[in-house]
Every structure is written in structure tokens, then in C-alpha cells.
Design a protein around this ligand. Structure first.
Ligand code: ADP
Length: 615
């Protein structure tokens, strides 16, 4: 199996860093004798029998197709036609603070209770008046409410540009905020403290596949501590970053920062060590884990609709292309009552397992960080195990695969012999490996969460009408066709009103300045229009039922239309050259060709197949 580290893909900076990062990781893994260098290749022959992975470097450009492409920053390579890439198209954009807040808010509109793990947020500058009005209203209804807010610049990281405020009037609206949009969020004032310090959790999540949805969560994560004892925010302490912000990159500059030489002390610890401590205090750790799993699944459900739009645009269905997987970093804060709250999702979580130490003034050295190593090596190892392209083949042809891969070198042959011995002894190539640290949570718990996947189904409608491959925005004709094919227009809702709805919503979304590259209606605008239509049609129901009913209605009509086209297509084949008055591409059948609608049961069963998100 060939694995490309991205170095040859024309990436600068990030990709190089990632390649270096992985090599740094490798060099550490050499100590564990997991990776070894054989001529030009890095191999994992002994402790990694499941993968027999060769990491090729192509300093003069990649010529051979690879099984796994390990990109540094984002998915962007038009020359990949097979294999697996470690990034999803559009993921970096999706987890930016504003986009994530928007995606979660859509879900909060539909399922407010299920999505109460994300602090109330407003987008600046456009929602500043709304922010002021809502805060005033909440203060009026509860005068004892003394909130604090945290302002975070969009696209910022490592605590960059973040500040706390007590009142909307404290927002720095002049200068940078105008040019740099931000999210303002309710500040969680009562976090859980350990040793009187605030801390957050970094959990690693593997999104192994988008369709069908497959999610894995690492059993252990990192806990990153503040370096000043926590006090609830007051006007006096608002600016004390070492007390309020848990970022490693900030706290490392505090004189109180303690580099851990074990996994349960210092300013960065394993999450499992915190859980042990909580458990010994009698906390319900099982419930906490199940709340965290639910937070992760729900967040990914909020992200998938737009990710699917990006995916079909970069990797159109029916054309050769790679499949994708991605390691995400989830930042979670525990409240005093142990409720986990989502802070943010990172598309490029750091995989460094070393930290810098100042030996003498100005002289730095990279030293191993046992806590990072404990958590991150397992995440990388298991990701490679799960995406191992030989795994499936091995299942089919068992030990035969070893004959082929072991040709690479003497070392690999030795490994192959060891594996063959394992196979012969009935132990299998995974024998002797640590058990997986990545645990599957979806589809394992799909039954509990599938009802939340409404926007996914709206996105499927959107993608169907996008028309031209490679676009992410719907034109006015596509929108009209959607309305017509789903039979949403009637005497109360004329096609002229459809056009007005399209123009109104599209103009507003395009004026938010998020994406000027393409004109047309983005998915979020389509979702807003869809909600609007649902509210119009099913007045008295709660929003999620209105939306679900409208989706059912649209899917029913589209399934019926597909059925008609199928019948029409059969007619064409049967009558060969006969002229059939049947139009495709969303136009109605002419009355002459109008076959009676198939009975409702037949259509409904086809329609059940079509709704592939409802199990
Ligand atoms: P960045 O990407 O810059 O790290 P984050 O959203 O992770 O931005 O915020 C930085 C830090 O601020 C977090 O690690 C956390 O300690 C703190 N923080 C962020 N949002 C909140 C919040 N709503 N309530 C309390 N603390 C928060």
C-alpha cells in the first residue's frame, strides 16, 4: 500500500509541515520500532502488521497513483482518481466559526433541545442589532441575569483576537471587526474545575465516510489546562487570558505552565486521567461519555449536508475520484454539572507529539511529550488500520496478499514471514496489535440519531436540482424546476412568487459576503426557502414536523416522476424507434404520454429506497 504524504502535491507550507510532522512522528515511532526505513520507503513491518504501509516520498513529483494521500491542509488536487484522501473537500470552510455556528443554528431551529450543547451565538457584524435586541429582551425578562460574552474572530485559532465582554456595547465595532467577521457567544461562566483550574477537552474523531455516514471517536483525548486559578468573570478579570482561555498556545507562555512528564499531572493531561478522578469522586462517567458521543454525532449531522454539496462539486458522482476520510479535533468544555458543551471543531488538529523546551535563553529543543504521544500515536495508527486498503482484500483472499506486498524488500519479506506465521497459527494479521482506540459510534447508534437528519434530505433535493456538475449554487431555473417537479406551486403560490422568494433569499445570503465566487442560491439559502415553504404549507405543526412533511411530499412527487420516466424509458426501448412524447430533465410528461400514476404502494416502496437516510 502506497501512502503519499502530500509533499509532492505542489503544496507549500502546511503540507510540508504536515509531512514534517508525520516524519517527526515517524522518527518517534522508530523508537518503538514501528516504522523503519528501507531504502527509499518508510515501512511499518512489525508492530503494524495490519497495514504493511510504505510511505513513499516523491521529491520530484508523484507519478504513481497512491492508496492513501495524506494532505496537510485541505483537499485540493484534481489529479487524484482513486485511493483515499485524508481530507474532505470543504471541511476547512465548514468548521470556521461562522459556518459552524450557522450549521448548528439551523439544527437548533429544528431541534432546540437536542442541540443545546452549543452556546447561543450571533454573527458579527450582520447580527449585531439582533444581538443587542435579544440580550436586552432576556435581561428584561430576567433582571438577575448577568451574562458574559466571548467574541471570537472568524477563521481565528489559538485564541487569536478573542476577548470577553459584559455588555453588547463593549464590542469593538470599529476597525478590525468590520473587516474581520466574528462570532459572539454566551460565555460559559461555570465550567468544571480540576485543581481550581479551567480546562477543556480535545477529542479526536475520525469521519471515515460521508455516504454512508461512518464516525469513530478516540477513547482517550487531551485535557488542556489554564494556568491561573479560575474565577467567574468580573470586569476586573475579563482580560486575564491565563484564567479564561484554555489554549495551549497561550498558556505555554505563562510562568505557571507545567510540561507533563506523566499523563495525569501538569498543564496537559489525558482525558482518561480526568475521568478516573471524576469517577473516584462518584461522578457518572458513563453518562458523560454518552453525552459526548451524542454531541459529536449531532455536530457531524449538522455539518454533513453542506459537506455533501462540496463533495459532489469536487468529486462528481460517476467520475473516477478518491474517497475521503478525515481526523477532526473536537474542543469541548465541561460545565460544572458535567454537561459537555461544544467550543469548536478543528479540521487540522495538531498531531505533534513533541514540545519545545528552552534549554538556555534563545536555545530551544524539541522534547517528546508523553501525553501527546499516548493519545495521538494511537489515533494515527488506528486511522491507518481503519482505512487500510488491503484490509478488505485480505478478508477475501486472506493470507495471499502478503505474498504480493512482501516483495518490496528483505525487511518486508521478514515481516511477511512473520505475518504468514501468524496466519498459519490462526492469529491473523491484527494479532498482537493493541485494541483499536477508535470506537465506531455511527452507524452503531444510527437508530437514535437518524430522525435528526432532515437537512441531509433537504440537501439531497438541492443537489438533485443543481444541474451543472461542479457547482455549489442553485440557479433560478433550477429552483423553478424544483418547485414545479415537487408540485409546490398552486393558485396561492404562483411562479412569480417563487421567483420573488428566490431573489429575496438569495440576495440576502449573497450579501453576507461569505462566498462571492459563484452566483446563485447556496444550500443555506435553499434551506431557509425550504423552511419558509414548509411553514406556509403545514401551518400548525412544530417546525421540524413541517419540514419533515414537506420533505416527504417532495420525495413522493420526485419518486413518482422517476417512475414515470422509467416507464417512459421502457416504452422507448420496447418501441425502439417510435417517437415517444416524453420530456426529461424535470419537465412534465405531455398528456399524450401520460401513463396513469403507479399505485401508491409501489411508488411508496420506491420512495422508501430513495429516502436512503431514513432507516
Ligand atoms: P480558538 O480557535 O481561537 O482556540 P476557541 O473557540 O477554541 O477559539 O476558544 C478559545 C478558548 O476560549 C477555548 O479553548 C476556551 O477555553 C475558551 N472559550 C471559547 N468559547 C467559550 C465559551 N463559550 N465559554 C467559555 N469559554 C470559552
Amino acid at each position: 500500500c502506497r501512502c503519499n504524504l502530500g509533499k509532492d502535491l505542489g503544496y507549500r507550507g502546511g503540507a510540508q509541515t504536515q509531512a514534517m510532522r508525520l516524519l517527526a512522528l515517524n522518527s518517534d515511532l522508530f523508537k518503538n520500532r514501528m516504522f523503519r526505513r528501507v531504502r527509499n520507503e518508510w515501512v511499518l513491518p512489525v508492530h503494524f502488521k495490519t497495514c504493511l504501509l510504505s510511505l513513499f516520498q516523491f521529491p520530484f513529483g508523484r507519478r504513481l497513483p497512491c492508496d492513501i494521500y495524506w494532505h496537510g491542509v485541505s483537499f485540493h488536487d484534481n489529479d487524484i482518481f482513486s485511493g483515499q484522501v485524508n481530507k474532505f473537500p470543504g471541511m476547512t470552510e465548514m468548521v470556521r466559526k461562522i459556518t459552524l455556528s450557522r450549521a448548528v443554528r439551523t439544527m437548533q431551529d429544528l431541534f432546540p433541545l437536542e442541540y443545546n450543547f452549543y452556546p447561543r451565538s450571533w454573527i458579527l457584524p450582520e447580527e449585531f442589532p439582533l444581538f443587542v435586541a435579544e440580550v436586552r429582551m432576556m435581561k428584561d425578562s430576567d433582571p438577575s441575569w448577568k451574562p458574559t460574552f466571548i467574541v471570537k474572530p472568524d477563521g481565528g485559532c489559538q485564541g487569536d483576537g478573542i476577548y470577553l465582554i459584559k455588555d453588547p456595547s463593549d464590542i469593538r465595532l470599529t476597525g478590525s471587526i468590520q473587516s474581520r467577521p466574528a462570532v459572539v457567544q454566551e460565555y460559559i461562566c461555570k465550567p468544571l474545575l480540576v485543581d481550581k483550574l479551567k480546562f477543556d477537552i480535545r477529542l479526536y474523531v475520525l469521519l471515515k465516510s460521508l455516504e454512508p455516514l461512518e464516525i469513530y471517536i478516540a477513547k482517550d483525548g487531551l485535557s488542556r489546562f489554564c494556568t491561573e486559578p479560575y474565577q467567574e468573570p468580573t470586569l476586573k478579570n475579563l482580560h486575564q487570558v491565563f484564567m479564561h482561555l484554555t489554549n495551549y498556545s497561550l498558556n505555554i507562555h505563562s510562568g505557571n505552565f507545567i510540561h507533563s512528564d506523566s499523563v495525569n499531572t501538569g498543564s496537559k493531561r489525558t482525558f482518561s486521567s480526568i475521568l478516573c478522578r471524576l469517577s473516584s469522586r462518584g461522578a457518572d462517567v458513563k453518562k458523560l461519555w454518552s453525552d459526548i458521543i451524542s454531541l459529536v454525532i449531532k455536530t457531524i449531522i449538522a455539518l454533513t449536508p453542506e459537506l455533501k454539496v462540496y463533495y459532489q462539486s469536487d468529486i462528481p458522482a460517476g467520475k473516477p475520484g478518491p474517497t475521503c476520510f478525515q481526523i477532526l479535533g473536537f474542543d469541548i468544555l465541561l460545565m460544572k454539572n458535567l454537561k459537555p458543551m461544544l467550543l469548536e471543531v478543528n479540521a487540522n488538529p495538531s498531531m505533534r507529539i513533541e514540545h519545545e523546551q528552552e534549554l538556555s535563553p534563545g536555545v530551544f529543543e524539541n522534547v517528546p511529550s508523553p501525553v501527546d504521544e499516548e493519545v495521538k500515536v494511537a489515533v494515527i495508527r488506528d486511522t491507518l488500520r481503519l482505512v487500510d486498503p488491503h484490509k478488505k482484500k485480505r478478508k477475501d483472499i486472506q493470507c495471499q496478499t502478503l505474498e504480493q506486498v512482501s516483495e518490496a524488500s528483505e525487511e518486508l519479506l521478514a515481516a511477511g514471514r512473520a505475518d504468514r506465521a501468524d496466519c498459519e497459527a490462526g492469529r491473523g494479521p491484527e494479532a498482537g496489535l493493541p485494541s483499536l482506540c477508535l470506537k465506531q459510534v455511527f452507524p452503531k447508534y444510527a437508530k437514535q440519531f437518524n430522525y435528526l437528519r432532515l437537512v441531509d434530505r433537504v440537501a439531497a433535493l438541492f443537489i438533485r436540482f443543481l444541474g451543472v456538475k461542479g457547482t455549489t449554487k442553485l440557479g433560478p431555473t433550477g429552483f423553478r424546476t424544483f418547485i414545479r417537479n415537487c408540485k409546490l406551486s398552486n393558485s396561492n403560490f404562483s411562479m412569480a412568487s417563487v421567483d420573488i422568494l428566490y431573489i429575496d433569499i438569495t440576495r440576502r445570503w449573497n450579501s453576507t459576503g461569505i462566498d462571492h465566487k459563484e452566483s446563485g442560491m447556496c444550500l443555506q439559502a435553499f434551506v431557509e426557502a425550504f423552511f419558509c415553504l414548509a411553514q406556509k404549507k403545514y401551518k400548525s405543526l412544530p417546525l421540524h414536523e413541517q419540514v419533515a412533511s414537506l420533505i416527504d411530499f417532495c420525495e413522493y412527487h420526485l419518486a413518482a416522476l422517476d417512475e414515470k420516466r422509467l416507464v417512459c424509458g421502457r416504452g422507448i426501448v420496447e418501441r425502439r424507434s417510435a417517437v415517444v412524447p416524453c420530456q426529461t430533465d424535470g419537465l412534465h410528461l405531455t398528456p399524450a404520454a401520460h401513463t396513469p400514476l403507479p399505485n401508491r404502494t409501489a411508488t411508496a416502496s420506491k420512495f422508501a429506497d430513495y429516502r436512503n437516510h431514513r432507516y
